[in-house]
Design a protein around this ligand. Sequence first.
Ligand SMILES: *Cc1c(COP(=O)(O)O)cnc(C)c1O
Length: 418
Amino acid sequence: MFFTFANARLARAQKTALTMTDKDLLGIAQEFGTPVYVYHAESIKAQYEKLTASFGEKTKFFYAAKALTNLNILKYIQQLGANLDCVSIHEVRLGLKAGFPSERILFTPNCVDLAEIEEAMAHRVHINIDNISILEQFGTKYGDRYPIFVRINPHIFAGGNYKISTGHIDSKFGISIHQLRHIERVMKSTNLNIEGLHMHTGSEIKDTDVFLQGLEIMLDLAQHFPNLKYIDMGSGFKVPYQEGEVETDVKTLGKKVSAAVDQFKKETGRDFELWFEPGKFLVSQSGHFLVKANVIKQTTATVFVGVNSGFNHLIRPMFYDAYHVIENLSNPHGPERIYTVVGHICETDTFAWDRKINEVKEGDLLVFRNAGAYGFEMSSNFNSRLKPAEVLFMDGKAHLIRKRDDFEDLLRNQIEVL
Ligand SMILES: *Cc1c(COP(=O)(O)O)cnc(C)c1O
């Protein structure tokens, strides 16, 4: 009897530590001001564990750093045991600083020069080359002295938005699968050691069969690469942004992928590690972006809520037509009314059209959900506005992990010559 009671209390205590409520968000806005990005650490952990539970032990996950690179987030993800996918040499340096050992970092740049690749070599990270020109230059200079990955474009069109799809025929990413002969020619003539094959076709892919189609192509390719140790399937895992949307079913995907890989290994006697590179799957839902309603503006046709932010803080709606759920934390039970939510940038700057939100008054605190990925990361100082603060909510406590810009930040690199 007592045991049950104690266990229930313990479970309750753990629950409070691991969840973040809207009340916590109100407290954070009060303490740190708005606009502010808030990330819930345990939600990142839950997403990571969902992945590791769905795939076999020989599958590894490389967090795509570009979704959110605050050093604390990188450290947290490092401590979870994940690896890191970097698209610039500076992300590599951030990753090393966050404690990722070099063998747990993959450098997947696009259109960088050989010098940047050589910098990555000096850090001893895995390197992924995505065009024939650099492949040839690299091979000529280094031969088999440094193993590499090759990024293949399998020409699978999938995902949410053309702008974020990378597998289509006009895409600048990867080496076309139709250039396989050319890759082989460079490999043989320069003695390249290709230890990994990589693909990444885009974002927001909810159909698990698309990944399987990609995997089949990669397994077919494997026969051309005798030194292959890794097959990296990139990412594209979808997260639900709107009510009613679903997440990529990673459990089913894990089962199907494992079955295909096991069969391949049995048939060919070959072995390799399977990698994925989730970005938004890990951090999107952890993020909440808090803003204040500055002005309610009624025009002939519309009621606008003008908030103390803009597309310079969260560009996804204007850039990708992305949908973020917006809620009024100050009046969660008020009658619903229809609003168009806009920013204060002097350019059309719409976060959401015709949204039902609990009645908004000037001064109310609004939250954008699912703002962890590509939110702060794509922010700018357009209109000489300051970048927002970032807060990490972990173990039931809020920690400021980036202070809000101040006026001096706008001047930091400027040189007055007049
Ligand atoms: C952006 C990117 C990812 C992550 O994509 P998500 O949709 O955020 O999961 C993975 N791999 C590469 C190479 C990328 O450029």
